[in-house]
Design a protein around this ligand. Structure first.
Ligand code: FAD
Length: 458
């Protein structure tokens, strides 16, 4: 099971930590929090020069540009419960979601009062039913009242249904499940495909219908948001809350044993347990035989706009007609003003599916034409700041999908990350909690009585 690179020789030398965590993405950093809270000495080894993994943000000319990890759900319990994220601020898409199809523009409103950034903790939750009906209330639909009524009914039902109940439903690829449930093709194509495609990064709707129901339920209950300051804010907050010296960047693990990690240039780290918190491919390098899922690829295009700016509305704009490569787009600086200098506008657009692999020049040309139609402004003078492509952005979750893949390989060796759970920051954080619990149990450390049980959710 262990990696083919030269094995760290077990049993010699001094332990430098109780647990060596490999990878400082969300999963590795969250696990480090849980483990240090249990009184364990932890060292986190990160190959890259910075923490965050796929939740990265780069700064260009005063713009803060996310490389990935874009849409968060305010309903994710781990964002509220993970230690270290107490001060995380989320910026909601306060004007909701606008789906454009032909001459129709269907707006799905946000589930809570619009216009204000919300701290993750401390916000009171309205009842699921009230939230869902506010969410589903369309404002000024140009047409498609029947489609809207169907979506309203579905969202209201989903928001009021327990996650456990949704997990007992038959599991099919979501496109098939929608047909089997009698949802008309027009509703699927006009509303659900663009919405679910964006939420799941899966425009072909191959994802498990259970996952899709849970994701749609989270959307109905909490709406969508971006982390204030960029995706990297989340891992940076986690890293800052760990004891100084816990995270070591620029250290690549090349092989593991149950009590040691061999690194490329920094010798061997001795420990009592190893937790691999990398993406799936890197985990399988260290643990040959570990399952590697297929991935959904994503390209993010960031445009700086000085003239011909679109209306600064904090909404997510979806293109049901798929008239170009962009699946969804947002005026990111309207959702989170910290992403551009005052007076500047940042438009971020996401390309999903095979189109995401296209050459940047062609993508940019086709996207500009599409964005001009979607926003109703000329885009010729927009400036492409960056195009980030990731072929392994989001692990696919086809049916049947096990959202609780085992995190314990054997005593002393554990694995976590979004590929062991659901493919999202919430899944990465929850897998970390499960892995830390397994380590604590193997070490004979009793859970603290004040630890509340984790609510079940997607
Ligand atoms: C472009 C893009 C768009 C996305 N959009 C969304 C979205 O809209 N909604 C959503 O929910 N999710 C989205 N995601 C997915 C989300 O970002 C991930 O699910 C989440 O960040 C995974 O966190 P992780 O900790 O499991 O893994 P990672 O973030 O991949 O962290 C793994 C870390 O391990 C390190 N590492 C790897 N190998 C080694 C080694 N040998 N030694 C030391 N360190 C190593 C890596 O450098 C990395 O820092 C998107 C991702 C991308 C890339």
């Amino acid at each position: 099971m262990l990696g083919s690179a030269p094995r760290p020789s077990p049993g010699r030398g001094r332990e430098t930590a109780d647990v060596a965590v490999i990878g400082a993405g969300l999963a590795g950093l969250a696990a480090a929090h849980h483990l240090t809270a249990a009184g364990l000495r932890v060292t986190v080894l990160e190959a890259a020069g910075t923490v965050g993994g796929r939740m990265a943000t780069e700064e260009i000319d005063g713009y803060r540009l996310d490389r990935g990890g874009r849409l968060l759900s305010s309903d994710w319990p781990e964002l509220r419960r993970c230690p270290g994220l107490e001060t995380l601020a989320l910026r909601p898409f306060a004007s909701g979601v606008l789906i454009r199809s032909g001459d129709r523009a269907l707006r799905i409103g946000p589930p809570r009062a619009a216009g204000h950034a919300r701290s993750v903790r401390g916000g009171g939750r309205r009842s699921a039913r009230a939230a869902a009906s506010a969410l589903a209330g369309a404002r000024r639909p140009l047409s498609g009242a029947l489609d809207l009524a169907r979506l309203r009914a579905q969202l209201t039902r989903l928001a009021a249904t327990s996650a456990d109940r949704l997990r007992t439903r038959p599991e099919l690829p979501v496109a098939q499940a929608l047909t089997a449930r009698g949802v008309p093709a027009r509703t699927v194509e006009g509303l659900l495909r663009p919405l679910l495609g964006a939420l799941l990064c899966d425009p072909d709707l191959t994802t498990s219908s259970r996952v899709s129901d849970l994701v749609l339920r989270g959307f109905a209950r909490g709406g969508l948001c971006l982390p204030a300051g960029g995706a990297a804010t989340v891992p940076e907050l986690l890293a800052a809350g760990l004891p100084p010296g816990t995270v070591r960047t620029g250290v690549r693990a090349v092989s593991v044993a149950t009590n040691a990690v061999a690194t490329r240039e920094h010798g061997t780290v001795r420990c009592r347990a190893v937790l691999i918190a990398t993406g799936a491919h890197d985990a399988a390098e260290l643990l040959p035989g570990l399952r590697v899922p297929d991935f959904h690829q994503v390209t993010v295009l960031h445009h700086a706009v000085e003239d011909d700016a679109p209306a600064p509305e904090p909404l997510l704009l979806l293109d049901a007609d798929r008239r170009g490569p962009v699946a969804y787009t947002t005026v990111a600086s309207a959702v989170d003003p910290s992403r551009a200098r005052p007076g500047r506008t940042l438009v971020s657009s996401v390309v999903l599916g095979p189109a995401a692999a296209g050459p940047v020049g062609e993508l940019d040309r086709a996207a500009r034409a599409q964005l001009a139609a979607l926003y109703g402004v000329p885009t010729g003078r927009w400036h492409l700041l960056a195009a980030h492509h990731d072929a392994r952005a989001v692990p696919a979750m086809p049916a049947p999908h096990d959202p609780r893949r085992p995190v314990r390989v054997l005593h002393g060796l554990y694995v976590c990350g979004d590929h062991r759970d659901t493919s999202s920051p919430q899944g990465a954080l929850r897998s970390a909690r499960r892995a830390a619990e397994a380590i604590r149990r193997d070490f004979g450390i009793r859970p603290r009585s004040e630890d509340p049980a984790l609510p079940t959710a997607a």
